[in-house]
Ligand binder design. Structure first.
Ligand code: BTN
Length: 246
C-alpha cells in the first residue's frame, strides 16, 4: 500500500495534525505525516514525547481500516508493533528487541519507540485510525524523565537515515493493512506478537490499584488486555493503564 506523504519542519504534534486534517476532511486515503521537530509531542495520558529535532522519527500514519471491527481494534496495535519490531531487530542484533505490552518497543530493558493510537469510531466501524510513532534513532542523550530511553545509535554506535527506516516501517505496516482479511497473515502477526512480548514467561513486578505484586504474563486476550498470573496461580485480566510494569 502506498502512503501519501505530508512533511512538516515543525508541528506541535503529528498526531494532533492528523486529527485536525481528518476532521477538516482533507485526508481521505492512507497518509503519513512527518515532522522534523515537534513542540508538543504527545505520549499516552499527559506524557510528553522527547525527540531532538532531525535526529529521530516522529510521524503519524492515517489509515482507514474499514474491515476492522471496533471490538478487534487491538490488531492495529499488533501490526504496528510487528512493523517496528521487524525493522529495528534487523539493525540491533546484540540484544533482544521485544514489545512491551501494549505497544512500546524495547531493546533489552530500555524503550526505543513509543506508539500513540487514536481510533475514531463511526457507527459500528472504525472510520479512521491515527497511528503515531516516535522511534529514537540518532539521539544520544535524553533529558526528560522518560524511563530508560535508548536509541539505535546508543545500541549500535552507528547513525541511520531516519527516512530509510520510515520507508521500511510504512512498507511493513502497509503490507499488514492490506492483509487484515487474510487469516494466515493475521494469525502469524498474533503469534509473533506473543512470542516477542517483553517479560513473557518471566516473573516480574507489577503494580495495580491494590499495590505491588509479582506475576508472570499468561497471555493477551482478544481485546488486547493482559492476563497476569499471580504467584498463587490466580489469573487476573487488566486493561491498559490498570496495571504498571515496575
Ligand atoms: C508513548 O510511548 O507514550 C507514545 C509516544 C508516541 C510519540 C509519537 S511521536 C509522533 C506522534 N505524535 C505525537 O504527538 N505522538 C506520537
Amino acid at each position: 500500500m502506498e502512503f501519501n506523504r505530508i512533511d512538516y519542519n515543525t508541528l506541535p504534534s503529528t498526531n494532533a495534525e492528523a486529527v485536525r486534517l481528518y476532521k477538516l476532511g482533507t485526508i481521505t486515503s492512507a497518509t503519513v505525516i512527518t515532522a522534523v521537530s515537534q513542540t508538543n509531542g504527545k505520549g499516552y495520558g499527559s506524557n510528553y514525547w522527547e525527540s531532538e529535532p532531525g535526529k529521530n522519527l516522529t510521524f503519524s500514519m492515517v489509515c482507514f481500516p474499514k474491515e476492522v471491527d471496533p471490538s478487534k481494534q487491538f490488531i492495529l496495535t499488533q501490526i504496528i508493533s510487528m512493523a517496528l519490531l521487524e525493522t529495528v531487530s534487523k539493525i540491533i542484533t546484540s540484544k533482544p528487541v521485544t514489545v512491551k505490552w501494549p505497544n512500546d518497543l524495547y531493546v533489552g530493558n530500555k524503550k526505543i519507540a513509543g506508539v500513540l493510537i487514536q481510533n475514531f469510531v463511526k457507527g459500528s466501524a472504525i472510520d479512521v485510525s491515527i497511528i503515531g510513532v516516535g522511534l529514537n534513532i540518532n539521539q544520544k542523550v535524553f533529558t526528560s524523565n522518560a524511563p530508560n530511553p535508548t536509541s539505535i545509535i546508543n545500541e549500535t554506535g552507528k547513525e541511520f537515515a531516519p527516512d530509510v527506516l520510515l520507508s521500511r516501517i510504512t512498507q511493513r505496516f502497509g503490507f499488514y493493512l492490506e492483509h487484515l482479511s487474510t487469516s494466515s497473515v493475521i494469525e502469524s502477526v498474533t503469534k509473533n506478537y506473543m512470542q516477542y512480548l517483553y517479560r513473557l514467561g518471566q516473573p516480574g513486578k507489577y503494580k495495580d490499584k491494590n499495590g505491588l505484586f509479582t506475576a508472570s504474563i499468561a497471555g493477551i486476550d482478544s481485546y488486547g488486555r493482559i492476563i497476569l498470573q499471580h504467584e498463587n496461580g490466580n489469573k487476573q485480566t487488566y486493561g491498559f493503564k490498570e496495571v504498571e510494569f515496575m
